[in-house]
Design a protein around this ligand. Structure first.
Ligand SMILES: Cc1cc2nc3c(=O)[nH]c(=O)nc-3n(C[C@H](O)[C@H](O)[C@H](O)COP(=O)(O)O)c2cc1C
Length: 152
């Protein structure tokens, strides 16, 4: 058996990026609690990633063993803390972007969004209604910009 099949930080990795609408606007305190819960579980399952709060929406990137990512993404989709959710991107990765982060978190201000994308308002609500080409929406530019900046 190769080392790759036994080490969850090295085996076949999958990633999922999605955006969700908060069912109720979470206070900083609630987000801290959520992060505590997420990080505990992700450590157990060898899941790593990044959670951003952009213009009131959660944008999350999770990476880890394929089975675990699928199970956790299923849980996330039915979490009552958000009421709308759309898949933005998914696929396989060879190496982790966030090997040292069970879940990094950052709230992104509008000026930063504008700097990265050129748009002041990403009109994220429209995304829930209007389909677009997977992997192409400007909000992903923000996500992957921070992925690069924070990657470990
Ligand atoms: C915005 C958001 C992001 C989340 N991210 C994760 C995550 O990365 N990993 C995870 O295990 N649960 C995450 N959760 C929590 C799951 O939806 C769910 O509550 C949790 O996995 C339940 O675990 P349990 O059934 O094993 O107790 C997230 C929830 C929200 C609202």
């Amino acid at each position: 058996m190769s080392l790759n099949s036994t080490n969850p930080y090295k085996m076949n990795l999958k990633y999922v990026s999605y955006m969700s609408n908060q069912a109720q606007i979470l206070k900083e305190d609630d987000i801290e609690k959520l992060l505590f819960q997420i990080r505990e579980k992700n450590k157990r399952l060898a899941i790593t990633g990044l959670l951003l709060l952009i213009q009131g929406k959660f944008i999350q990137y999770i990476e880890g063993p394929e089975d675990e990512i699928e199970k956790v993404y299923k849980k996330i989709k039915t979490d009552p803390r958000h009421n709308q959710l759309i898949l933005l991107d998914s696929g396989e990765v060879n190496t982790r972007q966030f090997k040292d982060w069970s879940m990094a978190y950052k709230k992104i201000e509008d000026e930063v969004v504008e700097k990265i994308t050129g748009y002041k308002n990403l009109e994220l609500d429209d995304l829930f209604q209007n389909p677009y080409k997977e992997g192409k929406h400007p909000v992903l530019k923000v996500l992957y910009n921070f992925t690069k900046a924070l990657a470990s």
